[in-house]
Design a binder for this molecule. Structure first.
Ligand SMILES: [Zn+2]
Ligand SMILES: [Zn+2]
Length: 660
């Protein structure tokens, strides 16, 4: 008997597995972790296939079956093969997801998180209100695999998760609770362990090898009943999984940003189908794709419309400030008169303030500060991006240009607004440092803290900033995305969104959705204690639907507008996308390769069922290499791409979050 063994490392150009002989006395099964000889060393791998056919070359025997290892289950082996094919990822890289134990590099922990578990105890001290009860009943009765729990911040989604978890535990089943990476902070864990008793298995990418191995074994044996984890927990060797709960379904960390670039919800659905179990996905601001499936009946839709009474001073009072009016008043500061007044008042009353900047990436568009006109690429429906230098072939030109990061079109920067002829048309961009400087100009005694990528390079740096702010060591917290997350900041009743438009400048089909989500999430930070909160949104685009609906706390209004646009431009959920990224030290070569791939795909696309474009990446040069994208859009882009012979070295992103 012979076994094909898959190793978590590259074994050759053409082949993905190595064949070994199975010794007589060894009881080999698919999914077993075995030790095999490779280049005079012993290494661990997984039995991928078993066959009786004698291979036409010499084989060595398998060393031994590794005891005390979380062997892969059959459904996991099937999932592994599917993942590798669908996401164009080599099997050896995909295998690493399932075998984090022996192969994960040692990393530092965020904090001391107990990976231990002993007895599990659950204390259902919370009773559900009427709307929570209805949602729970619908979840239990539905025949559909996925239920979407759509509830505004503070409507009590967590209570429903707890009740569902308890039901499955009573049946002696395991429950997987998936949360975004960033929420695995000690604060969240304390909250969960308060309900779940002291111990549950917690899985995230920063566990040490030893901690992960221990947790993996406890999940494999069924000793761990509740598994709380970020996306990587999907690949744990569950003994008897009853249900998957996916919290904050819209969060970007559910998409892995390296190969295999999988989407957590999609993989969870595959697992649920294999195991015949249910998924509950929850969010106040679900992705458009997920909500579309819920509206069209593919998913069960559970709505929680009201804030739970224990957690409310009602929704925050939200006001939009039109920055075009400030320009007319000759106020060139980044703070409107209203935001400045409210900040001074709140600080004067001894409260704290959050200043939020929706800064994602480096993109900036050209906007008219008098009328709000944005330079857009009409066919693509996305803002064109301002560049003060650009590259054609291998020459760099220092000149202002607008580039469409969707189709590659290059245009001149307008010096007069095509809409109102104003000369106040220019690119905009503000950083957290600039906000800090302006606050210091208003009053140097205001104590500020900044939380952005620069100040929180290390994960525990954010924890330090957050704790300092909680202890009132600062008056104003200035931050980007990371402060939008569900952190509890009781001293804050005013949130200023300094420039809400910044996210809309990203030339990506998802930028309105992301902007709506982030404004809604940030607004949820204001006034969650007894005092009612206040949110001020500063914008040059007060009529933009993402901003209007976010200010009105109206998700379904936003959805209705957004889905129309997605449909008319053929974006997801109406088409599927694959983004291929090519990189080269020569821009000319990179562009040529992108064009070659584009032409090859065009020939393969005989019936023209798919649309194709190629264009420079939004960040055209990264780590000294130029980057171009080829985008395929249509019903089955993967089938087209599978026929390509020009993918050597390409990065393939199936169902990408961003096209730039
Ligand atoms: Zn204008
Ligand atoms: Zn375009």
């Amino acid at each position: 008997m012979f076994a094909e063994v898959l190793l978590p490392q590259k074994v050759g150009e053409k082949r993905e597995t190595l064949t070994y002989e199975v010794p007589e006395n060894l009881k080999a099964e698919i999914g077993q972790i075995v030790e095999v000889p490779l280049r005079n060393r012993l290494t661990k791998g997984v039995i991928f296939r078993i066959s009786n056919e004698i291979p036409p070359y010499k084989t060595k025997p398998i060393g031994k079956i590794v005891e005390n290892a979380p062997h892969l289950r059959l459904w996991q082996m099937e999932l592994l093969e599917w993942l590798s094919g669908y996401y164009f990822a080599p099997l050896f890289k995909t295998l690493k997801l399932f075998l984090p134990v022996a192969f994960v590099k040692k990393k530092k922990l965020i904090a001391d998180i107990p990976a231990d578990l002993t007895a599990y105890s659950f204390n259902p001290k919370h009773t559900l209100n009427a709307q929570q009860k209805t949602a729970l009943d619908k979840f239990e009765q539905t025949e559909k695999t996925v239920s979407l729990l759509h509830g505004i911040t503070g409507s009590g989604k967590t209570e429903i998760y707890m009740h569902i978890t308890n039901k499955y535990l009573l049946q002696n089943k395991q429950v997987l609770l998936l949360v975004p990476e960033i929420s695995l902070t000690p604060q969240t864990l304390t909250h969960f362990s308060g309900h779940f008793g002291q111990q549950a298995a917690v899985i995230h990418s920063q566990l040490t090898t030893k901690q992960k191995q221990k947790a993996w074994m406890q999940i494999h044996s069924g000793e761990a009943k509740i598994i709380i984890g970020s996306r990587s927990a999907l690949f744990a060797p569950f003994l008897d999984l009853g249900c998957i709960i996916l919290d904050e379904e819209h969060d970007g960390s559910y998409k892995q940003d390296q190969s295999p670039r999988y989407n957590t919800m999609f993989v969870a659905e595959k697992i649920a189908a294999k195991l015949g179990i249910k998924i509950l996905a929850g969010s106040a601001t679900p992705t458009i794709e997920t909500y579309h499936k819920a509206k069209s009946g593919e998913y069960e839709l559970l709505e929680l419309a009201d804030r739970a009474p224990t957690d409310s001073a009602g929704l925050p009072d939200t006001r939009i400030v039109d920055l075009r009016e400030e320009i007319k008043k000759k106020n060139f500061s980044i703070f409107s008169d209203l935001l400045r007044d409210r900040m001074e008042q709140r600080l004067g009353a001894g409260e704290q303030v959050i200043m939020f900047l929706n800064r994602r990436g480096a993109a900036s568009a050209v906007i008219c500060r008098e009328c709000g006109y944005i330079s857009k690429c009409e066919p693509c429906g996305v803002p064109m991006t301002y560049h003060n230098r650009y590259t054609v072939e291998n020459s760099v030109y220092h000149a202002e240009k607008l580039i469409c990061h969707h189709c590659g079109r290059i245009e001149k920067v307008p010096h007069l607004c095509p809409n109102c002829q104003s000369a106040f048309i220019r690119y905009i961009g503000v950083g957290t440092q600039r906000i800090e400087d302006e606050i210091n100009k208003i009053d140097p005694n205001i104590r500020t803290l900044r939380a952005d990528r620069d100040t929180t390079g290390k994960k525990d740096a954010f924890k330090t900033i957050y704790e300092a702010f909680l202890k009132r060591e600062a008056d104003v917290l200035i931050g980007t995305q990371m402060i939008a997350f569900g952190l509890h900041m009781p001293g804050v009743n005013l949130v200023g969104i300094v420039l809400a438009d910044m996210g809309l400048m990203i030339p990506n089909f998802r930028s309105a959705e992301k902007t709506f989500q982030i404004i809604t999430q940030v607004a949820g930070r204001a006034g969650r204690e007894k005092v009612s909160g206040e949110v001020i949104i500063q914008t040059y685009l007060p009529d933009h639907y993402a901003i209007r609906y976010a200010a009105a706390h109206d998700y379904s209004g936003f959805y209705e507008e957004e889905i129309k646009i997605r449909k008319s431009l053929g974006y997801p959920p109406f088409n599927k996308l694959i983004k291929v990224t090519l990189a080269d030290i020569s821009n000319k070569k990179c562009q040529d390769n992108a064009m070659d791939l584009f032409n090859e795909l065009k020939d393969l696309n005989k019936e023209e069922t798919h649309s194709l474009t190629y264009y420079p990446a939004l960040i055209p040069k990264l780590k000294n290499r130029y980057r171009w994208h080829v985008l395929i859009s249509g019903p089955e882009p993967e089938n087209l791409l599978k026929k390509s012979l020009k993918l050597q070295g390409a990065i393939i992103d199936v169902d990408p979050l961003s096209t730039v």
